[in-house]
Write a new protein. Structure first.
Length: 361
């Protein structure tokens, strides 16, 4: 599963979670006080300084389920060139842009860059930083914890720490890890734990080992990532993981990739003699158990296709910020001609609150 660097990489001292705070002290204190009381405050150089009135979440504002962050550790270890536009991200800029577009809350995840050789050394530091950021800006940010997959045992420990100490909102996973897609039996121990916790799993595509730079001059994000999301959806459904872990709430980026456009093929598969008994409601009933965000698909063709496959209740407002702007998606959804004010409110906020009720207040 070795691949070239495309990730959050770097080193975090195993015995230090912040200046002067040992890992053992952090865990002991967190058990009593909670994560916000023990994680080190993030100064302005860490990009989490208070931003005036923007710290008061506006009532009824949109909730962006697909918003990225760049922890300082990530920038220091990967470098600005590798991160591209993500290198310029700061909480101050994000909050200002959120306020301009009526976005009250962004649920943060690391950008889609990944190196399996170093994730076990960076996940803890990134998650602690994100938890401190959310605590410094109540109601403005949520956290999808970064998991150090493909390392199963370390990932299980990080899930426990992220939920029990940091109190995260869910976890982030990539659609593939080298040569294995979500739903593969390799990930069963992780999904068993996520099932026990009734976890929200936010997914984001990256390039699998098989399919890097297939067409020269066309970036993987343009075509391959949407296809990879579809592979993971198909694996989760047809491989049986969706049935095995019914309480894991999966969120797929970018409207489910190319899945809505392949609906006829998937519907036919679900009706085949080999699979029909497993899918009495057909493929669409299975697909409708998942959630899908609007990042980079807030346009008439994509939204028209998605809404014909899954009910409106399964569609969440997402932007891919800072890869794209909040304003792009607010404008795109309003102008695509498919949604009235009630439907826009449902996509923009209400559906997310069904998953994340703590943001109601």
């Amino acid at each position: 599963m070795k691949r070239e660097l495309r990730s959050v990489v770097g080193a975090v001292d195993e015995h230090q979670s912040g200046p002067g705070i040992s890992r053992r002290d952090l865990l002991r204190s967190a058990a009593v006080l909670g994560a916000s009381a023990v994680l080190p405050a993030i100064g302005s150089t860490g990009s989490a300084a208070q931003v005036g009135s923007s710290d008061s979440a506006s009532k009824g504002g949109r909730i962006d389920i697909h918003s990225h962050m760049t922890p300082p550790l990530l920038l220091q270890t990967v470098g600005a060139e590798a991160l591209g536009g993500f290198a310029k991200w700061t909480p101050e800029q994000a909050l200002a842009a959120m306020d301009q577009s009526g976005v009250s809350t962004g649920i943060l995840s690391v950008p889609p860059h990944y190196d399996p050789m170093t994730v076990d050394r960076i996940a803890r530091g990134c998650n602690e930083w994100a938890a401190r950021l959310a605590a410094d800006h109540p109601g403005r940010f949520g956290v999808f914890a970064f998991l150090p997959l493909p390392h199963i045992d370390i990932t299980l420990r990080e899930i426990a720490y992220a939920y029990d100490t940091l109190k995260v909102d869910g976890v982030g996973m990539y659609t593939n890890y080298g040569d294995k897609w979500l739903g593969d039996a390799y990930f069963n121990p992780v999904f068993e734990e996520l099932e026990r916790r009734k976890a929200i799993v936010f997914t984001h595509p990256i390039t699998a080992d098989c399919c890097k730079e297939l067409i020269k001059g066309i970036g993987d994000g343009a075509i391959e990532w949407q296809t990879d999301t579809t592979r993971a959806i198909a694996q989760m459904i047809f491989g049986g993981a969706q049935d095995r872990y019914p309480n894991v709430r999966m969120v797929w980026s970018h409207g489910g990739g190319t899945m809505p456009y392949l609906i006829e093929r998937f519907t036919g598969m679900a009706k085949s003699p080999r699979l029909a008994s497993k899918f009495p409601g057909g493929f669409e009933a299975a697909a409708s158990k998942f959630y899908y965000d609007t990042a980079q698909v807030a346009n008439p063709p994509a939204m028209s296709a998605l809404t014909k496959v899954v009910p409106l209740s399964q569609i969440l407002f997402g932007t891919d910020y800072p890869a794209r702007t909040f304003a792009d998606h607010v404008k795109g959804l309003k102008e695509c001609g498919l949604f009235g004010p009630k439907e826009l409110q449902q996509i923009g906020r209400d559906n997310a609150l069904a998953l994340l009720p703590r943001f109601k207040t």
